[in-house]
Design a protein around this ligand. Structure first.
Ligand code: ATP
Ligand code: MG
Length: 704
């Protein structure tokens, strides 16, 4: 069994998996099997030394990556496992759950997301009467984040002219404490505090974990470094893997020096390099190597591959961004027609705003796509509302949520009532008590509305441990008359919003099944999980083309990759142009993008692009020139690449239209319309629980 495990690895990888004598750094380029090594190393430890799975800590960059790694280890071990694969944030949550008292928090804390944070800051600044031009809640929010992550001090902010910064931050932190809530940065900050200032806690965890492994180490920040060190410095039982050429989050505090200084920070450390790339075609890898060679801040490493050279990189230059988008759409369509699966194709862009024109083109061409990191499910208004109700039911101190739902749906409670409630809360009452006092003093016309809220909270608290999660969501929707509200306020899409709420119910049920949590615990766990969910977690495994920013693509791989908008000012981004260091970060980002591609890489740019409504000429990105010209084939506008269409067996005979079809997710549907013929015909059908959907024939089974 162990021998079989090791057979899947090359010599350096095997050495990395079997080495345990001192702290270990695996420093290697993209696609060389770093993540694979971590996965195999975990399986190896369990199999060979009988390590207890739950006493191994593996840290990945996203929840999705964590889930995949866990699954992969279980596969390797044929089922048994239970390794603790976490992200830094989820690890910190676990730590704080047991010890939050030590940093002055109750155990059942709340985690607020960036939207909550913004609202909270907005309120604070309003109360302080600050000029919101200078004191923009989002900007102040990220400054607070930087201070909490130790990037700079509060004094430095005051020095820059934000002389009320300290007051804002203090009020913000106090309010969080009153709500017994942490923001994302607090999770790391307080977990680090627990580990560095409470030696008993540190000792307990560092002896509990038999081994610690960290993926994407190049993007760890100062605090994450401290946490890693606190957990492993006693025994040196740590393995980190990373690639300094893929450090792309310095703007969020990632510190490239963590990886560059590993040998200094962890005495006796061993470094293993992996030099063989298994992911990319020869051409793609040569391009990546040539590009990254222009960077100075790097250790430098060679990367080779045994893969075939493969197809040349294609480059298309559009007259404007629309033509660029159309080219992308058309090419995607051709690829799909030649049997490439939509899920094998990814389209990258540097900034979110670029997605719109590409989306338009794909929609027009009838191509199914998904956006990773767009408006996320849990950021949708109706979902946030229902979750706010859930939170108010669960947390009597949650002051953010109570105001979110106070008059949503409208229940006759205006600004004056809100002001009164605020005062009552300020005097130290919990939500429910404050509402009851408010009820006693409220004018008659407001009494009904307040009673409704009290009813929801009281009933909800009674029901939370009795009802199934789906039913609790239903209870809220009905008790708050939320459906009527949607019908009235969102005439165009109230149905799909209601569908989203149902989907929330489904998600809760699935979550309950997966985790085994019940009642209140289930909701607490769920709320924490969704607040921590990140862009990649939104990715479905469906047959859809994937659109995402380059930042979100880290760690992933696709047979076909488009990188769009390769223009000066866009990629490299305009904010980076006046600093050599920033240009290097943009180059690393481009390197990450290139190395996601396995077989075919298509680069595009436009000669002019619309910015704030008007067209502006744009220069080609400097990165294009850094790719050796012999690797690139330019696609001319007239002779866009034509691939021979393969004749495919069609499901639909010309004379026989389908009547009933079956879809994996939607179930059985009755066909209303069919446009076109063959595999790519568009079928509009009615599905009992999902309404009308238009789907490409090839994703359907014809039942009658
Ligand atoms: P990145 O830097 O992008 O995170 P990585 O170094 O983590 O990449 P992996 O994702 O682990 O690389 O591996 C890249 C691809 O190569 C995967 O599809 C993996 O399964 C495959 N691979 C890695 N090592 C081997 C091997 N020894 N034999 C066969 N395939 C391998
Ligand atoms: Mg990886």
């Amino acid at each position: 069994m162990i021998e079989k495990l090791l057979e899947d690895l090359n010599e350096q990888q095997r050495e990395a998996v079997t080495y345990f004598d001192s702290p270990l750094l695996i420093l290697a380029g993209a696609g060389s099997g770093k993540t694979r090594v971590i996965t195999y190393k975990i399986a190896y430890m369990i199999e060979k030394f009988g390590y207890e799975p739950e006493r191994i800590l593996a840290v990945t960059f996203t929840n999705k990556a964590a889930r995949e790694m866990k699954e992969r280890v279980e596969q390797l071990l044929k089922g048994k496992a239970g390794v603790f694969v976490a992200t830094f944030h989820s690890f910190c949550v676990r730590l704080l759950k047991s010890h939050s008292i030590r940093v002055g928090y109750k155990p059942n804390f709340l985690i607020i997301d960036s939207d909550d944070k913004k609202n909270l800051l907005k309120n604070i600044m309003k109360e302080m009467n600050l000029d919101t031009d200078l004191y923009n809640p989002v900007a102040i929010g990220s400054m607070i984040s930087n201070v909490k992550n130790g990037l700079f001090s509060a004094e430095a902010m005051e020095f820059r002219g934000y002389d009320r910064f300290n007051d804002i931050m203090e009020t913000y932190n106090n309010k969080l404490r009153e709500m017994n809530a942490f923001d994302f940065d607090d999770l790391l900050f307080y977990a680090k505090k627990l580990l560095t200032e409470h030696d008993d806690i540190r000792k307990r965890y560092s002896s509990f974990f038999q081994y610690v492994l960290i993926d994407e180490y190049q993007d760890t920040n100062e605090i994450q470094y401290e946490i890693t060190k606190a957990l492993t410095i006693d025994k040196g039982n740590v393995c980190v893997v990373g690639d300094e050429d893929q450090c792309i989050y310095t703007w969020r505090g990632a510190n490239i020096n963590n990886i560059l200084n590993f040998e200094k920070d962890f005495p006796g450390a061993k470094v293993i390099k992996l030099e063989k790339n298994y992911r990319c075609s020869g051409v793609i890898l040569s391009a990546a190597n040539a590009v990254i060679a222009h960077n100075k801040i790097r250790k430098g490493k060679k990367l080779f591959t045994d893969n075939e050279d493969g197809e040349p990189i294609r480059l298309f230059v559009g007259v404007n961004d629309q033509e660029e988008a159309y080219f992308v759409g058309k090419t995607v369509k051709r690829l799909i027609d030649t049997e490439i699966r939509p899920s094998d194709i990814a389209i990258f862009y540097r900034t979110n705003a670029q997605s719109r024109s590409i989306e338009d083109a794909l929609r027009r061409l009838g191509i199914n796509y998904q956006i990773v990191g767009g408006l996320k499910f849990y950021e949708r208004k109706e979902i946030k509302d229902i979750i706010a109700y859930l939170r108010v039911i669960l947390f009597d101190e949650d002051r953010l949520s109570i105001f979110r739902i106070f008059n949503t749906p409208k229940r006759g409670l205006g600004a004056a009532a809100e002001e009164k409630l605020k005062k009552l809360l300020d005097e130290g009452r919990g939500n429910l008590e404050a509402l009851k006092v408010l009820l006693d003093t409220a004018p008659t016309r407001q009494k009904e509305g307040i009673k409704e809220l009290i009813h929801i909270i009281e009933e909800g608290r009674e029901k939370v441990n009795i009802l199934k999660p789906y039913e609790l969501v239903r209870f809220i929707t009905i008790a708050a008359r939320y459906e009527d509200y949607l019908r009235k306020e969102y005439r165009e899409d109230w149905e799909s919003r209601l569908e989203n709420i149902r989907e929330l119910g489904n998600t809760l049920e699935e979550f309950a099944e997966r985790t085994g949590f019940k009642g209140e615990d289930l909701f607490l766990e769920f709320l924490n999980t969704i607040t921590l969910s990140s862009d990649q977690d939104e990715m479905e495994e469906a047959e859809k083309v994937t659109l995402m920013t380059v930042h979100a693509s880290k760690g992933l791989e696709f047979p076909v990759v488009f990188i769009t908008g390769l223009e000066e000012g866009l990629f490299p981004h305009v904010r980076s142009l006046d600093s050599a260091e920033q240009i290097e970060e943009e180059r690393r980002l481009f390197y990450v993008a290139i190395t996601r591609a396995k077989k075919l890489l298509i680069l595009t740019r436009a000669e002019s692009r619309r910015f704030f409504g008007t067209y502006r000429e744009s220069e080609p990105s400097r990165f294009l020139e850094e790719i050796p010209p012999n690797l690139i084939k330019k696609v001319m506008r007239k002779d866009r690449p034509s691939t021979t269409q393969t004749d495919k067996v069609s499901y639909v005979k010309k004379d026989k239209k389908p009547k009933i079809v079956f879809h994996k997710k939607f179930g059985k549907g009755v066909v209303r319309r069919v446009e076109g013929i063959g595999d790519n015909a568009k079928v509009t059908a009615f599905f009992a629980n999902h309404g009308e959907k238009t789907i490409i024939m090839k994703f359907l089974k014809v039942l009658a």
